[in-house]
Design a protein around this ligand. Structure first.
Ligand SMILES: Nc1ncnc2c1ncn2[C@@H]1O[C@H](COP(=O)(O)OP(=O)(O)O)[C@@H](O)[C@H]1O
Ligand SMILES: [Mg+2]
Length: 256
């Protein structure tokens, strides 16, 4: 792993009226790391991701991606810079097949997404990319299944495939295991780790399952009331008294 910084925020804040959802956050994310953001509900994690991806404009502060200020870039631009994100809600097209969903996501990155029919060869490239992604997320046997008929675990894999299709450098994954049966979680997590390790990619992960967070993260940032409460390796976070008191105590058996 290099020590290059891929994402940096400087005094990044987002206010919703009187509520300060993200409060002067200074964060550095190392390239090719798996960086988890944890914290109780309402801590500001999703809002923070929205600021990184350009889904929300910050009230103040900066977002730097690969040394470039992208603070005021909207989401349709950030996807071209190599930032891919998921949402807590599943945003797949239910009446399309797995293949069609992923192909649309792959096409969305093309500069030619509104005139793709003009170029048969580009279209073929998208098909090839689609097949590759389907294989990578383990949905080869489901390629022609309608998304709505997939089991929940496979829908989450499809969603991951849709983020992966445009070949992003950074994946922002907001609770990818939410609502999954416990026995399906290790499979998805292994997939996420595989994507991060094999493809020169950085993964930022919001995740409530502390066993998952502690076992897969290179770096953990703990948010609380919009601020960074602590940062460190899993071992450092598990040993942090302030974190234990404010957050981890009731949720995670630190003696495991
Ligand atoms: N669009 C919005 N308008 C007003 N308040 C919001 C909006 N989005 C989030 N919030 C508030 O901002 C705070 C942080 O929310 P969120 O980022 O969703 O936290 P988390 O993802 O950590 O649970 C919460 O108090 C939430 O109610
Ligand atoms: Mg959230």
């Amino acid at each position: 792993m290099t020590t290059d910084i891929i994402f940096e925020t400087k005094n990044l804040s987002k206010h919703f009226g009187a509520l300060i959802a993200v409060d002067s956050v200074n964060l550095k994310v190392r390239k090719n790391s798996l960086h988890a953001i944890i914290g109780p509900n309402g801590a500001g994690k999703t809002t923070f991701f929205n600021l990184l991806s350009g889904n929300l404009e910050p009230t103040s502060g900066q977002v730097i991606f690969k040394g470039k200020d992208i603070t005021h870039q909207p989401v349709h631009r950030t996807i071209h810079f190599g930032i891919g994100r998921s949402f807590q809600i599943t945003n797949i097209f239910p009446n399309l097949t797995v293949f069609e969903n992923i192909r649309l996501a792959a096409q969305a990155m093309g500069r030619d997404n509104f005139k793709f029919w003009q170029s048969a060869s580009r279209f073929k490239n998208y098909e090839a990319r689609t097949s590759e992604v389907i294989e990578q997320v383990g949905l080869k046997n489901r390629a022609y299944t309608l998304a709505r008929t997939l089991p929940h675990g496979d829908q989450r894999k499809l969603e991951l495939g849709m983020i992966l299709a445009p070949d992003p450098e950074v994946l922002l994954l907001d609770e990818p295991t939410a609502g999954m049966a416990a026995e399906q979680v290790p499979d998805l997590i292994a997939l996420i780790q595989g994507i991060q390790k094999s493809g020169d990619r950085t993964v930022m992960l919001v995740e409530h399952n502390m066993n998952v967070v502690m076992s897969v993260s290179d770096e953990i940032t703990v948010m609380h009331l919009g601020k960074i409460l602590a940062e460190g390796t899993p071992a450092e976070i598990a040993a942090n008294k302030e974190v234990q008191t404010a957050y981890l105590g009731g949720l995670y058996d630190l003696n495991v």
